[in-house]
Every structure is written in C-alpha cells, then in structure tokens.
Write a protein that binds this ligand. Structure first.
Ligand code: PSV
Ligand code: MN
Ligand code: MN
Length: 406
C-alpha cells in the first residue's frame, strides 16, 4: 500500500520537475533541537500542573528526549537552561547524553528568576547586579566548553513597565557592554544567538524588543553573533518570513525557536495554528539555499532549528513528537516548491500565478514521502503511534509526581 502511494506521488512530483531523491536527502538531513524545559512541568502564571512521570532531573530529561530522537531520527540534540539544568559535573551529563545517542545543544542562561533582577539583569541601574548577571553569562560560556555546545542562546526579560522607570539609552549601552564581555569569552567555534521579544514580562519597553535591535547588537559584536527568531515573539500581523529572508540575506540568521502562537508568546505546539507560516518560513530558507552568494548558502546550512515550547496541559513526550513531526511535514511540503515556476511568474508579473506556485506545494499530502524516508531509515512509519503503544509512557509513571519544573 505504502509502495503504491509512493509510486503515484513520485510520478506526480516528477511531472512537476521535482527530484524526489534530492528531497529525500534533504529531509533526512533535517535536525531539530528539543528543549530540556519542554520535558519538565511548565505552565502559565495561573498554575503549573504537576504531571506524573515527569523527569526529576536533567539526566531523565535526556532519557525522554532520546525517545523523541529514537522514534523520529530528527532530534539528536537537547538545549539546556542554566540553572534549571545545573549539575555538578557537566562531563557526566555529556556522557549520559552521548550514551543515549544525543548531544548537549544550546546553552540558555537564565537571568529572570532572581529577586535581584526585578528591575533588570544586564541592564539594571545597579552595577553590582549587572556584574552578577554578566558573571552568569560567563559561567554559561564555561559550561558550553564542558558540554561541547556551539550555541549560546540569549533571551533577556529586561525592560520597564512605566515611562521614566529606566533610562532606555543607558540600558541599551549596558546591554552592549554585557554582550561584548560574553562575546570576548567565547571560543572561535561558539555562536551567540540573540533572541528578541516584543513584550512580556516588561510591558512598556523591552531592551531587545525586535529583530532590528538584535541584529544591530550582532553587527556591533562581530560575526559570531547572530539573531534568533522565536516565532512566538512578534506582534500580531508581523511577517516572520520577511524577517527570515532579510536576516539570511545579511548572513545573520542564527536559528529558530519554533512554537505556535494565537495571541502572544503562547508557547503552543508548533504547526497547530500556523502551519502555512511555518511552510512560508521554509520557502524563504530554501530560496536562500539557492543563492549565488556562498555566504548566504553557508548561513542556511548553519541555521539552528530548535523547539521552544512549554507544555502546560499536554503530555510532554507526545507534545514534543507532535512538534517535530509538524516541522518535518512543513519542511517536506516546502521542498516540493518549484522555484523556477515562481521565478517565471515573477518575471511575467503574474501575481496569481506566483502565489499559486507557492501554495500548490503546501496542498500536497506528503504522507507517502514521509513514510518512504522513515522506512529507509528503519524508523516507525507513525512515530506517535509507536510511542503510544510502547511501554515507555507507562514505565515513567513510576517517577511519580513532583518532577522538574521551571
Ligand atoms: C520567554 O519568552 C522564553 O519563552 C524565551 O523564548 C526563551 O527562549 C525561553 O523562554 C527560555 O528561556
Ligand atoms: Mn525562545
Ligand atoms: Mn518565549
């Protein structure tokens, strides 16, 4: 049955000029990092529901992440958050990860959960608090050396709630000073990924409020600093694909934090409400992958695809599986775009023809293609079903309640 469905699919795509062997190779190369915090209990300011079976420590988070990777072949690395994932011996955590076939991915500092940081961390008017915050950033560089991590992902809650509360320009410069000190401490292999967010927890102004500010810091710092696009961190109506295309052309797109949003930074499962947006993001990436400028192509090759979600009511491992499978599905669809057809329509000023050429790829059912690559990789055709019928979800219930939470 699968074979027949695939043969028909192959015939259909061949007729459109799509080389499915190339598509399959690209699909097999897709890697999506999952976040350690997505395996723990997390939630809203109203309640964090404690679930049974949640990992009790960073080691167990990696065990759960290994399930997601084992069933999908998509997630060989896991981002960590310090101090949520603080351990005495990072070498031991690294060995544990490697024993499970995983790597430790991006290191995320945490500068938003201590009383000292109420009025800001690296942008606090108090020099002692700024020093403390910078020391934490430097600690994270040291941790990244031990874990073998390339990326440091920085998100700051820093901002103000009222006009006059802080000196916006002074804070801008304090931010640059802190990033500059961290930048200097990085090894040549490391990258600083600067995340922006339009609001929350500060509501009047946020020190790094949008991609332009993050980009400006990156430019001032140097080539190892890039912008991290968290899909949830934009105002309604923002054209994220445009930001992606722009940053790629500037060779400063560090990576993504994928999630889905309905209103704000909702941190819902990616692709549940925004599948077309996700597809259009991949359209821009694949378009840049054919650029004549090797620097742009190199940027595409180094994009870090990461999930950043908080699973409040959903079961963590199935939620993570759903997320990465949704990303894989939209990537597969984007790989079916016939770029030459779009270009021709553009040259002819054929607006509807161009739009149609983009959308048509989205409308294909890529199930036969995904089944084919999973079969070739020795993976279950339906990873979610395989997980739900395995014993793992039941076995971890023995961990009881009260697992790690943020
Ligand atoms: C807060 O908005 C946030 O969701 C940011 O996106 C960070 O990447 C994440 O938390 C982890 O610190
Ligand atoms: Mn994020
Ligand atoms: Mn966020």
């Amino acid at each position: 049955m699968t074979d027949r469905a695939y043969s028909l699919f192959e015939e259909q795509q061949k007729a459109r000029g799509i080389n499915l062997e190339e598509v399959k190779a690209q699909l097999k190369a897709l890697k999506i990092e999952t976040p350690s915090w997505g395996y723990g209990d997390s939630g809203t300011r109203f309640k964090v529901f404690q679930k049974e079976g949640v990992p009790r420590n960073p080691f167990e988070k990696f065990e759960d992440a290994a399930q997601v990777h084992g069933l999908t072949g998509l997630c060989p690395s896991v981002a960590i958050h310090i101090p949520w994932d603080k351990v005495e011996d990072y070498g031991k955590l690294r060995n544990h990860a490697e024993g499970l076939g995983l790597k430790i991915g991006a290191v995320n500092p945490n500068l938003f959960q201590e009383d000292d940081y109420m009025l800001g961390s690296v942008t606090n008017a108090d020099a002692a608090i700024r020093r403390k915050a910078i020391n934490h950033l430097l600690e994270c560089v040291d941790i990244a050396k031990e874990t073998g991590s390339r990326d440091l992902s920085l998100w700051f809650a820093d901002g103000t709630n009222y006009p006059g509360q802080g000196d916006i320009r002074k804070r801008k410069n304090w931010m640059l000073e802190a990033l500059g000190e961290m930048y200097k401490a990085m090894t040549p292999e490391m990258r600083m990924l600067i995340e922006y967010k339009c609001f929350e927890p500060a509501f009047y102004h946020t020190d790094i409020a949008d991609w332009g500010m993050a980009f400006n810091y990156a430019l001032k710092l140097g080539p190892q600093a890039e912008v991290l696009v968290d899909t949830g961190h934009h105002l309604p109506g923002a054209n994220i694909e445009h930001i992606v295309a722009y940053l790629l052309d500037e060779k400063r797109l560090g990576g993504f934090h994928f999630n889905s949003r309905k209103y704000a930074d909702d941190d819902l499962i990616v692709g549940t409400t925004n599948p077309y947006e996700l597809f259009l993001i991949f359209y821009q990436i694949l378009n840049a992958a054919k650029d004549l400028d090797a620097g742009v192509r190199d940027n595409v090759a180094n994009i870090a695809y990461m999930i950043d979600q908080s699973h409040n009511i959903e079961k963590k491992i199935p939620a993570m599986l759903r997320s990465v499978l949704n990303v894989q599905t939209q990537f597969a669809k984007a790989l079916l775009i016939n770029h030459a057809e779009i270009e021709e329509a553009q040259v002819n000023g054929d607006v509807l023809g161009a739009e149609d050429a983009v959308r048509r790829a989205f409308e294909f059912d890529v199930t036969p293609l995904l089944h084919a690559i999973r079969e070739e990789q020795g993976l279950p055709l339906d990873p979610m079903k395989a997980y739900l019928s395995s014993a793992y979800g039941k076995d971890i219930l023995a961990r009881g309640k009260g697992g790690a939470s943020w």
